[in-house]
Design a protein around this ligand. Structure first.
Ligand code: HNI
Length: 142
């Protein structure tokens, strides 16, 4: 699976808006993840998971920054995220199903924050991008 030229253009054009609100978007994504899919909380026993907690804000910023690294290296996502992929596979051992849940929560957050940008086309491009990103972060499991 790879992104078409126009999908790449869509991802890159909306990224600027996301990057400017990285912490808020990351935190909202995690708040949605833990509220709607509480089973994902099991990976974070060491975190204060109350909505908007300082740990969630820091972690939310890190996650969105990593998505930004992928956007900036859109032609070479796998090598840009090697370290992160090893971390999730070998150390954190996050079950791959959880990546779909997180991706969904990020898309919902984008739709809520940028309703006029979030056309069906933008939705589809981001969905595909997050699924590529997720398969890279879980490919080391095999
Ligand atoms: Ni994830 C740590 C990015 C999906 C559980 N994760 C990170 C870090 C980044 C990151 C960045 C910080 C690394 C560091 O400190 O060096 N995670 C991402 C991205 C995705 C993702 C870009 C998906 C697109 N992570 C998930 C999922 C789960 C998850 C789906 C589990 C539900 N991640 C973790 C945990 C940590 C983590 C747990 C360690 C947190 C800590 O600080 O202890």
């Amino acid at each position: 699976m790879s992104l078409t030229k126009s999908e790449r253009a869509i991802i890159m054009s909306i990224w600027d808006k996301i990057g400017m609100q990285a912490e808020a978007i990351g935190t909202e994504t995690l708040d949605r993840l833990f509220s709607s899919f509480p089973q994902t909380k099991t990976y974070f026993p060491h975190f204060d998971l109350h909505p908007g907690s300082p740990q969630l804000r820091t972690h939310g910023s890190k996650v969105v920054a990593a998505v930004g690294d992928a956007v900036k290296n859109i032609d070479n996502i796998a090598s840009a995220l090697t370290k992160l992929s090893e971390l999730h596979a070998y150390i954190l051992r996050v079950d791959p199903v959880n990546f779909k849940l997180l991706s969904h929560c990020l898309l919902v957050t984008l739709a809520a924050r940028f309703p006029s940008d979030f056309t069906a086309e933008v939705h589809a491009a981001w969905d595909k991008f997050m699924s590529i990103l997720s398969s890279i972060l879980t490919e080391k499991y095999r």
